[in-house]
Design a binder for this molecule. Structure first.
Ligand SMILES: [Fe+2]
Ligand SMILES: [Fe+2]
Length: 500
């Protein structure tokens, strides 16, 4: 199957629209055989009738199947009704010879944000179930599921991206296509490839980039994604992924380290802190003989002396060394000073037996918003590259991936830049601790794990409060979750180790 993926054509007069770029891309269809064109939205600049008529005219010469979905710009000026009149249904399922494309309108009227509401979520769920045996399963929507680099604040990631991410991974979707950020990007997550297109013909390109489009070729074994850039210095960017990842492991090798991963303990004398859960978990953790406990923020309920006094007494009962990274609540009020007094530096490190873990504070006092920032990120990765341990991880409070059962508010503001860099640098492990729901996935070669709340009433998993155990063997990494109260264990994922 060969797909031409275009996005963000922004068709209007000539103010926002570079018609030559689009003509050049569409000429591709005459030169080579494609099975399908997918346009991931922002067909027009303002959703006006003359824009739609012009779009219709430009695309009229194409005689291969085409899937076109609306973007936020197409819904401006009440444009969604014109989209239906001139282009077609904004949501649907298109079956091809070997696959299926499920496409949805992720826009919100008169807004730039993205959201796939429960009705459409259920529609995708049903369609995936119905077409589960198809060889190639593709999702198309305008807004991105995963944070995109070089695109500023991550405000326009789908507001329920975590639920969708979990759904796509559960059904082993092959390909998720989107646009919107006008910057091309590809992530490979547990066998699912997430492709973002740049703008095909919009004049608003980012960071000096030019207009571009993607070509995606899928066969039995692999998927090849090529980004083609338009213009004099037109270059291409090619990535290849194997489709049938090894999922069954017979030989783990010897266990090298065991990490315990907790967050949102909420230690305090308040009833929001579940003391029994905490102490049951503490006894269990002490019996597990881990090498280190990484606490990803939310140690205390509030950054006040009373809570810190209790927390420092309780945390001292762990037999295992503990490293911390703060949440906003840990450094609120007097917390910034109390954290240092009771738990040490804000950015902590752990080094032992060929393992290097580095904490980076993403929290700000008086704000739930997390950010690392360009300077912090630069310093972190420079330092990271200077150490030569064979297993390297980063820990922080805020989310790097969207988390199921949570809105995007826990996501680090510069998560796109951070995630891209970490994946490119092949960081082995990233541990996070907000949104109070467990989750684990591998992006590229980086395993990203989020911890549920250890012992606070605020948690959103049916499995209940929990902590994670990350066992690093010679050949694989096993991530499991252990219920704080009962000690029941559930595996969140097993991945082959890099260079194993
Ligand atoms: Fe756009
Ligand atoms: Fe857009």
């Amino acid at each position: 199957m060969k797909i031409l993926h275009i996005s963000d054509t922004h068709i209007n007069g000539s103010k926002h629209f570079e018609e030559n770029s689009l003509r050049e891309i569409l000429a591709e269809v005459e030169k080579e055989r494609y099975d399908l064109i997918i346009h991931s939205g922002d067909v027009t600049q303002e959703g006006k009738e003359n824009h739609y008529l012009k779009a219709k005219k430009i695309f009229s010469g194409i005689d291969i199947p085409m899937v076109v979905i609306p973007g936020n710009h197409d819904k401006r000026s009440g444009g969604i009704s014109l989209f239906k009149d001139h282009i077609g249904d904004p949501n649907g399922v298109k079956e091809t010879e070997s696959g299926v494309v499920i496409y949805v309108d992720s826009g919100v009227l008169d807004s730039d944000i993205g959201r796939v509401g429960m009705t459409k979520y259920n529609m995708i769920n049903r369609a995936l179930k119905l077409h589960n045996d198809k060889d190639i399963k593709i999702i198309a929507m305008h807004h991105h599921t995963l944070p995109i680099p070089m695109a500023g604040r991550e405000r326009n990631v789908l507001s329920n991206a975590g639920d969708l991410l979990e759904l796509f991974l559960r059904y082993d979707v092959d390909l998720v296509l989107s646009g919107h950020r006008h910057y091309p990007n590809v992530y490979h997550v547990d066998g699912t490839v997430f492709v973002n297109a740049g703008t095909a013909s919009g004049k608003k390109t980012r960071y000096g980039d030019v207009n571009s489009y993607n070509v995606i070729e899928i066969d039995e074994e692999k998927m090849k994604v090529t980004t083609h850039r338009i213009g004099e210095n037109s270059d291409t960017d090619e990535k290849k992924y194997f489709r049938k990842e090894k999922r069954v492991f017979h030989d783990f090798g010897k266990r090298k380290f065991r990490l315990i991963h907790t967050s949102n303990s909420f230690i305090s004398s308040s009833r929001k802190f579940k003391e029994k859960h905490f102490f049951n978990a503490l006894n269990k953790i002490n019996s597990l003989e881990g090498d280190v406990l990484v606490h990803c923020g939310g140690i205390v309920k509030e950054g006040i002396p009373k809570d810190y006094d209790v927390a420092s007494a309780y945390m001292s009962k762990f037999d295992v060394p503990v490293v911390y990274s703060p949440a906003g609540r840990d450094i609120n009020y007097l917390g910034y000073e109390l954290f240092e007094e009771h738990f040490g530096e804000i950015d902590q490190k752990f080094r032992d037996k060929d393992i290097y873990l580095r904490g980076i504070s993403s929290a700000q006092y008086d704000s739930p918003i997390g950010i690392i920032g360009e300077t912090g990120r630069e310093r972190l990765f420079t330092e990271f590259n200077e150490v030569d341990e064979s297993f390297k991880g980063i820990f922080l409070h805020h989310n790097v991936l969207p988390i199921p059962h949570a809105r995007e508010k826990g996501l680090l503001e510069d998560s796109g830049d951070f995630l891209r860099r970490a994946v490119d640098e092949k960081v082995d492990l990233i541990l996070t601790g907000t949104s109070s729901h467990p989750f684990a996935a591998r992006v590229g070669e980086t395993v990203v794990v989020n911890a549920n709340s250890l012992s606070s009433v605020y948690q959103s998993s049916l499995f209940g409060n929990s902590f994670n155990v990350i066992d690093v063997y010679e050949k694989v990494i096993v991530v499991s979750e252990i219920n704080s109260l009962w000690g029941a264990r559930r595996v969140l994922g097993i991945w082959e180790r890099n260079n194993a």
